[in-house]
Design a protein around this ligand. Structure first.
Ligand SMILES: CCCCC/C=C/C(=O)SCCNC(=O)CCNC(=O)[C@H](O)C(C)(C)COP(=O)(O)OP(=O)(O)OC[C@H]1O[C@@H](n2cnc3c(N)ncnc32)[C@H](O)[C@@H]1OP(=O)(O)O
Length: 281
């Protein structure tokens, strides 16, 4: 194929990069000029994290690392929900093998996103409970749109967030606020989240949020990437290593916990009370 213009060439290379990272549940576009990638979660209707979506996010992060991504903006195709967290219908009366894979992939996603060498921003353009908040917290910066909720509400569902996520919350909002928030399973409105530092900026539209995200990523334009990533690794490495050491043990105890009848009862009640789509009896 002959490239008649530089524009043609740029279009083709953009196509190649999109092609290599895109899947049906995560759309990736790369701005050739800035080198920033935008990964858009698009599992209808609420980006709930089932094994397929988690696997695709994990694959996307791996590809971005391999392609020496200059910065990532993580966002949602929905204008109401960033991510509703783990797929609660898949946690209910589950297949133990699938749950095992799901938790292990969730750990991989956190390790890759929290530990990425490139800078990351979450454009939280919708509600972000539990696993949705986890994705946002793994990024270095959060820009959130008004009138949504964010937080770790695991306690309300009947379990505790894992240690690595508790540490992420503690590092972001401080120990005392984290203790209040996690023990009550609080979901914060956008303005409240800004006040406690759970999000960094508020935007009125997705376009404005993307602009703010790019402004954050551009701060690193003159910082040598290896110096930036070494510093990030020094700051975040201990949390990652703690999970890596305990990965299999955590999967085992999570599977035991989720398959236990007491948790299944409390999850069933939560779904009946909170979700439009009810359980079939
Ligand atoms: C991640 C680190 C590890 C820690 C462990 C993590 C645990 C979790 O992530 S547990 C998941 C916790 N998630 C939640 O508590 C969210 C529950 N959902 C909601 O609160 C709301 O749905 C909402 C705020 C996310 C959106 O509200 P709204 O816009 O009013 O939409 P609906 O409630 O009508 O829901 C639309 C549609 O989506 C289904 N749905 C919602 N959440 C989930 C979910 N987590 N898993 C599976 N499906 C979900 C809901 O049932 C509706 O379905 P349809 O009736 O078929 O439209």
């Amino acid at each position: 194929m002959a490239f008649r213009t530089a524009r043609n060439l740029a279009y083709f290379s953009n196509y190649i990069r999109n092609y290599s990272t895109n899947g049906p549940l995560v759309n990736v576009t790369v701005n050739e000029k800035s080198g920033f990638a935008t990964a858009t979660l698009q599992r209808p209707s609420v980006n709930s994290l089932n094994l397929e979506l988690l696997t695709e996010i994990s694959h996307t992060l791996q590809q971005l690392e391999k392609n020496k991504c200059r910065g990532l903006i993580l966002t949602s195709a929905s204008n109401k929900v960033f991510s509703a967290g783990l797929d609660l219908f898949e946690l209910h009366k589950p297949n133990a093998d699938k749950i095992k894979q799901m938790w292990s992939t969730l750990q991989e996603v956190w390790i890759k996103l929290y530990g990425s060498s490139y800078p990351t921003v979450a454009v939280v353009n919708g509600h972000a409970p539990a696993g949705g908040c986890m994705l946002a917290l793994s990024c270095e910066y959060r820009v959130m749109l008004n009138n949504f909720i964010i937080g770790l509400n695991e306690a309300q569902i009947g379990f505790s967030a894992p240690m690595w996520l508790i540490d992420g919350m503690r590092n972001t909002i401080g120990s005392r606020q984290a203790e209040f928030a996690l023990t009550a399973g609080t979901l914060f409105k956008t303005e409240e989240a800004l006040k406690i530092g759970l999000v960094d900026e508020v935007a009125q539209s997705k376009e404005e949020a993307i602009e703010k995200a790019e402004k954050f990523l551009n701060k690193f334009a003159k910082i040598p990437p290896h110096a930036r990533s070494m510093t990030k690794a020094a700051l975040r490495g201990a949390n990652i290593q703690a999970l890596v050491r305990n990965k299999d043990e955590e999967v085992r105890s999570y599977v035991d916990f989720v398959t236990d009848s007491q948790f299944q009862d409390s999850l069933g009640e939560f779904i009946e009370l909170n979700l439009k789509q009810k359980l079939s009896k």
